[in-house]
Ligand binder design. Structure first.
Ligand SMILES: N[C@@H](CCC(=O)N[C@@H](CS)C(=O)NCC(=O)O)C(=O)O
Length: 369
C-alpha cells in the first residue's frame, strides 16, 4: 500500500455523533486504513490537544509513532500521500478542482445548517445533548441535566443563533438545505456517487454534513426519507464502501447536475467567504451579511475560512497551465470565478495553517465568547 511501511492502526478520537469525526471514519473505511475509534473526553483531553496541536477540536488522530494530527482536510491529504493506492482525487485536473471545491463547501458551509437542525429543534437537542453529555462529558461529576443544559447553550451560542441564524433567517437556511437535498437527489437518482461509480473526495466531504447530522438527527432524517430517499441510500452506500469500491469508473467532465451545485456555491458560500474576509480585514469579531437571499446577523468571523479561500485559489493556481483556460471558463459560467478573486490580497497571518495537519493556528470558528 503506497509508501506506508507498517500499516499500523491509527487512533481516531472524537465523538460518535460528530460531523468531522464521521467524515474521517467514512474516509478510513473507504481506503481500508485500519483505525480504532475512541471518544474524546472533556475536559481532560483539552489541555493535551492544545499542547500537541495548538487547539482542541474534533477529531484528532494519533499515529502509531505518537504524533497527533488534526483538521480533516489536511489529514486526508496526508493519508492520501501515504496510502497512494486508489486515490480519491480524480486524475482529471478539472474534476479534481471541483472535488476540492465541493469538499470545502461541505465542510465550511453546511456545518451551520447541520448544527441548526440539531440544536434549534427540541427533538435534535434532546437527542444530541443526552448523547454528548454521556459520551464526551462523562468525566465531569455534575448532574446529567446540568451537562445537557451546558451543551445546549454552548452549541446554540457558538454555532446556530450565536453564529448568524436569527429567527428571521431560519426559513432561508432551511430552504437552502431543501435545495441541496433536491439537487443531490437528482444526482443520486442517476449515479451511485457524485462523480460516477466510485466515491471521490467530494463524496467524503459530503459525508460530513450527512452521515452524522442530516441522516442522523430526527428532523432532517425525516426530510431525507420523504424528499430525498436516493440521497439517504447514498449516505449508507458510502459508509458501506471499501477499497474495492474505488475500482469503479468516473463520468466524463462536469455534467449539468454538478454545475448546478457549483452555481449553488456561487450563490451562498462564496459571497459568505468574501464577507468573512472583509470582516477579518477590519478586525471585526462578528459581521452581518445577506447571502443567497438570507440575512445572517452577527455571524462569527473566522480566520480559518480566510485560509480556506486562499487554499481554493492555490488549488486553481496549481492546475496545469494547459487546462486552466477550460477550468476558468467553467468557473466563470457558474459564477464562481469573479468571487474567487474579488477580495484581492487576503488577511492571512505569516505561514497561517502551514503546519497542518500536525499543528493548527486557528480554530474553525474564532473563539470570541
Ligand atoms: N476544519 C476542521 C474542523 C473540525 C471541527 O470544527 N470540529 C468540531 C466538532 S465536529 C469541533 O471540534 N468544534 C470545536 C468546538 O465545538 O469547540 C476539520 O476539518 O477537522
Amino acid at each position: 500500500m503506497g509508501k506506508n511501511i507498517d500499516h499500523d492502526i491509527v487512533e481516531l478520537r472524537g465523538s460518535s455523533i460528530s460531523y468531522f469525526t464521521g467524515k474521517m471514519e467514512n474516509y478510513f473505511r473507504l481506503k481500508g486504513i485500519p483505525y480504532r475509534f475512541k471518544s474524546m473526553v472533556f475536559p481532560e483531553e483539552e489541555g493535551r490537544n492544545k499542547k500537541a496541536l495548538g487547539l482542541s477540536q474534533m477529531p484528532t488522530v494519533q499515529l502509531s509513532d505518537g504524533r497527533w494530527m488534526t483538521d480533516s482536510t489536511k489529514m486526508i491529504e496526508w493519508f492520501e500521500d501515504e496510502y497512494s493506492d486508489n486515490p480519491i482525487v480524480p486524475e482529471d485536473p478539472v474534476q479534481a478542482f471541483v472535488c476540492f471545491l465541493l469538499e470545502d463547501w461541505a465542510d465550511e458551509w453546511w456545518w451551520r445548517p447541520a448544527m441548526h437542525y440539531r440544536w434549534f429543534y427540541e427533538e435534535g437537542a434532546q437527542f444530541a445533548s443526552g448523547h454528548l453529555a454521556r459520551e464526551v462529558m462523562r468525566g465531569l461529576h455534575i448532574p446529567l441535566f446540568v451537562k445537557r443544559a451546558i451543551l445546549r447553550r454552548r452549541q446554540r451560542n457558538g454555532y446556530t443563533s450565536g453564529d448568524g441564524i436569527s429567527p428571521a433567517a431560519v426559513a432561508g437556511v432551511e430552504a437552502d438545505v431543501a435545495a441541496l437535498f433536491s439537487q443531490l437527489e437528482t444526482i443520486f437518482s442517476n449515479r451511485r456517487f457524485l462523480l460516477g461509480d466510485r466515491p471521490t473526495l467530494a463524496d467524503i466531504g459530503f459525508s460530513g454534513p450527512f452521515f452524522r447530522h442530516f441522516a442522523l438527527d430526527p428532523i432532517p432524517l425525516q426530510l431525507l426519507r420523504h424528499t430525498a430517499p436516493s440521497t439517504l441510500e447514498w449516505v449508507m452506500r458510502l459508509w458501506n464502501s471499501s477499497p474495492e469500491s474505488l475500482q469503479g469508473g468516473l463520468i466524463q467532465g462536469v455534467p449539468d447536475d454538478i454545475r448546478a451545485l457549483l452555481q449553488h456555491i456561487a450563490r451562498g458560500y462564496l459571497p459568505y467567504l468574501n464577507a468573512n474576509v472583509e470582516a477579518v480585514r477590519q478586525g471585526k469579531l462578528r459581521f452581518s451579511a445577506k447571502v443567497g437571499g438570507v440575512n445572517y446577523t452577527r455571524a462569527r468571523s473566522s480566520h480559518y475560512r480566510v485560509w480556506c479561500l486562499s487554499e481554493l485559489r492555490s488549488r486553481f493556481n496549481s492546475v496545469p497551465q494547459d487546462v486552466r483556460p477550460d477550468l476558468q471558463t467553467l468557473l466563470t459560467e457558474v459564477g464562481i470565478w469573479e468571487a474567487l478573486w474579488a477580495q484581492g490580497d487576503l488577511p492571512l497571518s505569516e505561514g497561517q495553517e502551514s503546519r497542518l495537519p500536525f499543528w493548527a493556528d486557528h480554530k474553525m470558528l474564532q473563539v470570541n465568547t
